[in-house]
Design a protein around this ligand. Structure first.
Ligand code: FAS
Ligand code: PHB
Length: 429
């Protein structure tokens, strides 16, 4: 197979990138290790920044998000049993967030891709990528200046197989490609570029020569035990609770479906948590009003996510570009994971469109630095809010006093709340 941009991974990053490029006539193929049903079965993010919602609109898939998503103009921090509201609309210049599950985002993107008849190879086994580090000459594959593809069309883009981007000028002539097995058949896909949207455990970052990449990581001594239930939320807004027994989060997917999280020690096993144990522990951590309002029910899903902060630098290697969790991970406390993936995809889609439409590689050349400037600010905020709200039993007593002082300051200072709100709604793109 031959395409313009080969996308590895059909999570939100890969699907959103594929949809945005398609709307600008750029051909993509997506290879995904799992089935579509498996991808949809993962319960992850729940809060979209305005920039992410705007991107969904640009991709032409925002209708259900606007119809079913819940606009939230604030959330609560509960400390020592007292609930403190953070008024996003007042503190963040009128900005709000949208509560709409990642599962629904993925479902909308999958449906749009299928409706357009675009190629997604699900259950692709043994995916390998190569040829992405080819020395790309001034022309690049259909890029600015050079003669572009071997067919002399100068990279006008177009449908797969006929695009003017085939071949590369002034290079070793190797094209980036992926090989995999689908339904027992060996498949090879050649492309001008590869977008590594295959998440933290994917093959793309792992395919980069060790000497070419730097990684920065912090692993937290706890994880989040999440439970999804068809029960009404305890409050119309999210509640982040700091408690001596551990952090908890009351979130939601709709007025009838709730999402709850408990801080649990690293290494905890989900099999050790019956629904009854989960509900008892959650109730013990909530403020009295929330505890009284809690409606329990059978779990639809229950899982433990380990918490880590992780960044790989740079995010570009020749003709391979990493986006989303393939390049960075944040603890979910700040609701940044999915939103960071969306901002990477915004920058990468703009760069590819510039390459094929305006024959400029400025966006591609600036992609990594542009993403990382935003990634590190989100890493800082996610680490900070995690440090503020979770129990660190192993930390020295001095650290616990600093944490208490920081909380006291945040809750008592308009300036500090403004910083919290500005980061929570998402920094400017
Ligand atoms: P994803 O991991 O979603 O998608 C990558 C895709 O690539 C997957 O479908 C995978 O099957 C596929 N893939 C992997 N290896 C491959 C290979 N070799 N070949 C082909 N395909 C391959 N964020 C929040 O904001 N709030 C949360 O509460 C939250 N909870 C989370 C809980 C968990 C357990 C995890 C892991 C993450 C959570 N996140 C949360 C972060 C999450 O939302 C990510 O930011 C988001 O899924 C990023 O999307 P992608 O970059 O598309 O990566
Ligand atoms: C969620 O609803 O899954 C969610 C919401 C806010 C967060 C993390 C997760 O900070």
């Amino acid at each position: 197979m031959r395409t313009q941009v080969l996308i590895v991974g059909a999570g939100p990053s890969g699907l959103l990138l594929g949809q945005l490029l398609h709307r600008h006539g750029i051909d993509t193929v997506i290879v995904e290790r799992q089935s579509g049903e498996h991808v949809l079965s993962r319960i992850r993010a729940g809060v979209l920044e305005q920039g992410t919602a705007d991107l969904m609109d640009e991709a032409g898939v925002g209708a259900r998000m606007h119809a079913e998503g819940l606009v939230h103009d604030g959330f609560a921090l509960t400390v020592d049993g007292v609930r403190h509201r953070v008024d996003l609309r007042a503190l963040a210049s009128g900005k709000t967030v949208l509560v709409y599950g990642q599962t629904e985002v993925t479902r909308d993107l999958m449906a749009a891709r299928a409706a357009e008849g675009l190629t997604t190879l699900y259950e692709a086994a043994d995916v390998r990528i190569e040829g992405f580090d080819g020395t790309v000459g001034p022309g690049g594959p259909g890029g600015a200046g050079g003669t572009g593809g071997t067919d002399g069309t100068g990279g006008t883009g177009g449908t797969s197989g006929t695009s003017g981007t085939s071949g590369t000028s002034g290079t070793s002539g190797r094209l980036p490609r992926a090989t995999c097995t689908v339904n027992g058949e060996a498949v090879e896909i050649q492309a001008d570029f590869i977008a590594g949207c295959d998440g933290f455990h994917g093959v793309c970052r792992a395919s980069v020569p060790a000497g070419a990449i730097s990684v920065f990581e912090k692993v937290y001594p706890f994880g989040w035990l999440g439970l999804l239930s068809d029960t009404p939320p305890v409050s119309h807004e999210l509640i982040y609770t700091r408690h001596a027994r551990g952090f908890s989060l009351c979130s939601m997917r709709s007025a009838t479906r709730s999402r709850y999280y408990l801080q649990v020690p690293a290494g905890e096993r989900v099999e050790d948590w019956s629904d009854a144990r989960f509900w008892d522990e959650l109730r013990a951590r909530l403020d009295p009003e929330a505890a009284a309002a809690l409606v329990t029910g059978p779990s639809l899903e229950k899982s433990i996510a380990p918490l880590r902060s992780f960044v790989a630098e740079p995010m570009r290697f020749g003709r391979l570009f990493l986006a989303g969790d393939a390049a960075h991970i944040v603890p979910p406390t700040g609701a940044k994971g999915l939103n960071l993936a969306a901002s990477d995809v915004r920058y990468l889609s703009q760069a590819f469109i510039e390459h094929y439409r305006e024959r400029s590689d400025a966006g591609l050349d600036h992609y990594s630095a542009r993403c990382l400037a935003r990634v590190w600010k989100a890493e800082r905020f996610s680490w900070w809010l995690t440090s503020l709200m979770h129990n660190f039993d192993q930390e020295p007593a001095f650290q616990a006093r600093l944490q208490a002082a920081e909380l006291d300051y945040v809750l008592g200072s308009d300036a500090a709340r403004r910083v919290l709100a500005e980061n929570y709604v998402g920094l400017p793109l």
